[in-house]
Design a protein around this ligand. Structure first.
Ligand code: DAH
Length: 347
């Protein structure tokens, strides 16, 4: 027995020279495995006297604990050494130039839309969506533009099936949809930015597809001066506090009276320049008081309810704000353009 114990002690001592996990595991099996030396020794206990059992039981237990502790200690030390070696081999040279990841820029039309949305939401307006494929009824008829109405010519669009389904030529049908939902009872404050389509030949100021930002307010005791105040707030928010606004009489079948809304030219501050064609003013939207026929069509009693509506061209606002002189830039998907405008703003 004593011989074996000495042999085991030597083996345990030899653990100190081990620097390899595989060797460590081999010795562990040799000492503590099912057929390991310490395990074998424990098995021999049965043949001993009670006194010897006490004596050797303790010795074997101490050996087991010592072996376990030392093996565990060794394992940790070897693993730490391996990790340190790996870390030092894999160190990163932070002085190397990095790979440049191109950074995108927000779409500037989208930015304008979001700016107007945020402002109007803070004034209690909801942002409402509508379908781009629309019924003729909502795009024209209920907006006081019956079939054959001459004002339809200016908004010729793409028809999907026959004469009843089309790509909306304006976002105004979303006004109709919202008023129908209001059932003649609820006041409304909403804007409905979205894509619109027309059968226009593309040039610097026309596009077969463009973005409108329309707004509608329906309530009691609403007047043209409310529209003027609202338009003034939007214009100042987009073009700065010194931006002046004015209304000019106009015609839209769905509003009465109708107006064109102008802002003072931010480039020449109203003095006259090529951008404003020497007038000092730039037209940015159509607007007006909702026509009584439109109110009636949607179930609102015009004697009780009034409303105003306005419609901006989002690209037009972006062109003015960022100094772009060709509408086609927005649809050429040239990333250099949007990042340029973005940089311009940051300057
Ligand atoms: N939808 C008109 C257009 O596309 C713009 C417009 C004018 C919208 C007057 C309105 C409005 O809501 O009240 O030319």
């Amino acid at each position: 027995m004593e011989n074996k114990i000495t042999e085991i002690k030597d083996l345990i001592r030899s653990l100190n020279n081990i620097n390899d996990l595989k060797e460590l595991s081999d010795i562990k099996v040799l000492l503590l495995g099912k057929k390991g030396k310490i395990t074998e020794l424990s098995k021999q206990m049965g043949s001993l006297s009670n006194d010897e059992k006490k004596e050797y039981g303790k010795k074997i237990n101490d050996l087991k604990n010592e072996a376990n502790e030392l093996i565990e200690e060794k394992r940790k030390a070897i693993e730490t050494a391996l990790l340190n070696e790996k870390l030092s081999n894999e160190s990163i040279d932070i002085s190397l130039p990095s790979t440049k990841v191109p950074v995108g820029a927000p779409n500037i039309v989208e930015k304008i839309v979001e700016e107007v949305e945020e402002l109007l939401m803070s004034m209690g307006y909801d942002v409402v969506d509508g379908p781009e494929i629309e019924k003729d009824e909502y795009n024209f008829e209920m907006l006081n533009l019956p079939k054959g109405h001459p004002a339809r010519d200016a908004q010729d669009t793409f028809y999907i099936e026959g004469e009843e389904l089309l790509l909306r030529s304006q976002t105004s049908p979303v006004q109709i949809r919202t008023m129908l939902e209001g059932k003649g009872k609820k006041p409304i404050r909403m804007i409905c930015p979205g894509k619109t389509y027309r059968r226009d030949d593309d040039d610097a100021t026309h596009s077969h597809q463009f973005m409108q930002i329309e707004g509608l307010l329906i309530d009691k005791n609403v007047s043209l001066s409310d529209l003027k105040g609202t338009f003034d707030v939007i214009a100042k928010h987009l073009f700065g506090e010194d931006c002046k606004t004015r209304f000019r009489p106009s015609y839209y079948p769905f509003t009465e009276p109708s107006v064109e809304t102008d802002i003072s030219c931010h480039s020449c501050k109203g003095e006259g320049c090529p951008i404003c064609k020497n007038t000092g003013w730039i037209t940015v939207s159509g607007a007006g008081m909702v026509h009584p026929n439109v109110l009636k069509n949607c179930g609102y009693d015009p004697k009780e309810w009034q409303g105003f509506a306005f419609g901006f061209g989002a690209e037009r606002l972006a062109m003015l704000k960022y100094g772009i002189d060709d509408l086609r830039v927005f649809y050429l998907t040239d990333l250099r353009e949007s990042s340029n405008f973005d940089r311009k703003e940051a300057e």
